[in-house]
Design a protein around this ligand. Structure first.
Ligand code: AKG
Ligand code: FE2
Length: 347
């Protein structure tokens, strides 16, 4: 079985010495031991799923890949996706575009997106304090008619990256539907992903010399079906595992990190779970960029645990509400895409 899956372990050495998509010299993103131990995480394995095998015409290979995906979803709730269909050049171009766009000398051009209105399609922010050290831009990336025309980096992300990523997410939905015991269109129908509300979060974290404290982004889960993440260098993303341990994320070369979202947890009544994660910058010598997409259902879609996951032994653990209501449950706007799982959970 292991021949079908490349374990994280094998990648780690490679990544510690070779930051991804960066001209930085080896190990530049990771500093040696001059930081506090308050946010240490372990190097436990994160499952790796081979996308090409999930779509393989070889029934046996496909069934093994499906089984591994099922384990990754049920036990972890996050995994690296390798051998996917997005060309490396597309990932690099997006990251280069983001890096140019976040030039410190042009910050005033971005600041205009910090003004808050109830129907914003875009939101910018910069926080430098003990609880968060990050500059970010959140933008609607789907439906297409909701995508703002400016700044131009957004059309680049949507065209070169997110349109292809949406196809991958649709295939993952099919595979997960089968693993959950349904026909392959089950999740697509439950979430209406074809018309889904996607938000791209572009995050830029300062090197630790410019940060106020250890935290890039504090503990949270994310709403939606799945969350896809790519980055320029490894450094600081940690996920709280089912075993209660913080695991350091080291994304293999060309791979994409997939995390299950709150609404898959709700739909499956907790069989699949979203996991708390955070970003710690105390170890980072260089700036780090991540491009994170929250792939959600349409705003008016009502999401409730499916009857198939509810019975006497498994009482309904979450209340139903529309995706929009869930995004607004904590007083945020849709574009903030903040989790409200605490308000949705019944126990
Ligand atoms: O930047 C990262 O690695 C994680 C960012 C994140 O969790 C988010 O944008 O929701
Ligand atoms: Fe997140």
């Amino acid at each position: 079985m292991t021949s079908f899956v490349s374990k994280t372990h094998n990648f780690q050495h490679e990544f510690e010495v070779a930051p991804i998509y960066s001209n930085a010299s080896p190990n530049e993103a990771l500093r040696d031991h001059h930081h506090s131990d308050a946010y240490l995480a372990c190097d436990d394995e994160i499952p790796t799923i081979d996308y090409s095998l999930l779509l393989s015409h070889d029934t046996y290979q496909r069934s093994i890949a499906l089984e591994l995906l099922g384990q990754a979803c049920e036990e972890y709730g996050f995994f690296y996706l390798v051998k996917h269909t997005i060309p490396d050049d597309a990932l690099k171009n997006v990251l280069k575009g983001v890096s140019n766009y976040f030039d410190p000398t042009t910050i005033d051009e971005r600041r205009i997106y910090s003004k808050k209105g109830s129907s914003d399609k875009i939101r910018w922010g910069l926080t430098t304090n003990a609880g968060e050290n990050r500059e970010f831009l959140k933008v609607i990336a789907h439906p297409q008619d909701q995508v703002p025309s400016n700044p131009s980096i957004i059309s680049k992300i949507v065209e070169e990256y997110n349109n292809e990523m949406r196809k991958i997410v649709a295939e993952l939905a099919k595979a997960m539907s089968k693993n959950l015991g349904f026909d392959e269109n089950y999740i697509e129908n439950a979430f209406n992903m074809n018309l889904g509300f996607d938000v791209v979060n572009v995050n830029v974290y300062p090197p630790n010399s410019k940060a106020k404290g250890d935290i890039g982004l504090s503990n949270h889960t994310d709403p939606g079906f799945v969350i896809t993440l790519m980055q320029d260098v490894n450094g600081g993303l940690q996920i709280l595992s089912h075993k209660g341990k913080w695991i350091s994320v080291y994304i293999p070369h060309h791979a994409i990190l997939i995390q299950l979202g709150d609404h898959l947890e709700i739909l499956t009544n907790g069989k699949y779970k979203s996991h708390v994660h955070r970003v710690i910058v105390n170890n980072n010598k260089v700036q780090r960029i991540s491009v994170v997409t929250l792939h959600g259902p349409p705003l008016d879609k009502f999401i409730v645990p499916a009857s198939e996951f509810v019975d006497d032994e498994n009482p309904q653990n979450y209340i139903g509400m529309t995706y929009k209501e869930s995004l607004k449950a904590n007083g945020n706007n849709e574009i903030d895409v903040k989790s409200s799982l605490d308000q949705i959970k019944l126990v």
